[in-house]
Every structure is written in structure tokens, then in C-alpha cells.
Design a binder for this molecule. Structure first.
Ligand code: NI
Length: 178
């Protein structure tokens, strides 16, 4: 396994619409494992392929984080096929927007169809933190960040702060080039 560089916003690579995966082959499965290692190391509870510079519809999530047992889920072509009418708010952060948090409203429960690391189609229902993380990561595949769900005023403040820190050469992850 290998650790990957996490791209920090603002960056055009985080704004692209990602392409579907044809087949989850050995190379895709390795990318999924590398993404998971990168996510645990950061540490975070979700990571999408565009955050490591790959414009493909791949995400990894694990809301258990450092609490044992770990519960990683690797998804290619994840698709939300049902959402509850009930919505909930949750404070979200993002490895591409380090140390920035805000409240986002999303459907409480979802049903997701995806292709797993063995190229098998799976379906799961999720609520609570798992539901939030999956929706947040699928957003990344459309070039949408959590700040796109908040007011333009707050979004502007966060992105300006990150731009300034980039100009100062500040880094967050030890794999990020200085
Ligand atoms: Ni994110």
C-alpha cells in the first residue's frame, strides 16, 4: 500500500465531474486500498478519488475511525437510489478543507448501490454518520464540496483563508509537497 497526496482547496481538480469505473480490476482495488490508508493516516472518515487527483467515481469511507473494529467500505460508481424525506443537519469537515467545519443539511437516510473491491454490485442502507459521509464523498465525484452547501459568504471566507495559507506555504499532511 502507498500513501497518496491529498489535494487542498481551492483547486480545479476538486471541481471536476468524475468518470465511471468500467471494471474494478486489480489496479482499482489497489487505488481503493491506498486511498483507505491515506484516509486513516490523515486522519479522516471518508475520501474520494478526486481528492488524490484521480477523476474516477471511487470513494472509501469508515465512520468507525480509530475505534475498533474498523469498518471500511470501498465503493466504485456509488449511486444514491433512495433518500428519506426527513433531513438532518450535521457539522461537516473535509480533508481537502483542513480545519474548516460548518453545518450542512442532508437527507437523514439513504440507500446506495455501488460496485465493491471484488467488482460485485452491492446495496446498503445508511443512516447517521455513515449516511452523511457517503453523501459528502459522492458530492466530491460531482465536483461539489461541503462548502457549496453553505452560504456564499461563509464559503468565500473559508476559501480565502485556505488560499492565504497556501500562499504562505502551509502544509497539513506530511505527503503534501511544501
Ligand atoms: Ni470531503
Amino acid at each position: 500500500m502507498a500513501k497518496l497526496n491529498i489535494i487542498i482547496a481551492p483547486d480545479m481538480r476538486l471541481k471536476r465531474k468524475c468518470l465511471p469505473v468500467d471494471t474494478v480490476d486489480a489496479a482499482t482495488a489497489k487505488l481503493m486500498s491506498d486511498m483507505l490508508e491515506t484516509m486513516y493516516d490523515a486522519p479522516g472518515i471518508g475520501l474520494a478519488a478526486p481528492q488524490v487527483g484521480v477523476a474516477k467515481r471511487i470513494i472509501v469511507v469508515d465512520p468507525a475511525m480509530e475505534k475498533a473494529p474498523l469498518a471500511p467500505i470501498k465503493m466504485a460508481n456509488p449511486e444514491i437510489i433512495w433518500t428519506s424525506d426527513e433531513k438532518k443537519t450535521h457539522e461537516e469537515g473535509c480533508l481537502s478543507l483542513p480545519q474548516e467545519y460548518d453545518i450542512v443539511e442532508r437527507p437523514d437516510k439513504i440507500r446506495v448501490r455501488y460496485v465493491d473491491e471484488k467488482n460485485k454490485t452491492q446495496e446498503i442502507e445508511a443512516d447517521g454518520l455513515l449516511s452523511v459521509v457517503i453523501q459528502h464523498e459522492i458530492d466530491h465525484l460531482e465536483g461539489t464540496l461541503f462548502v457549496d452547501h453553505i452560504s456564499s459568504l461563509k464559503r468565500g471566507m473559508i476559501l480565502r483563508r485556505l488560499t492565504k495559507q497556501k500562499k504562505q506555504g502551509r502544509t497539513y499532511y506530511d505527503t503534501e509537497p511544501a
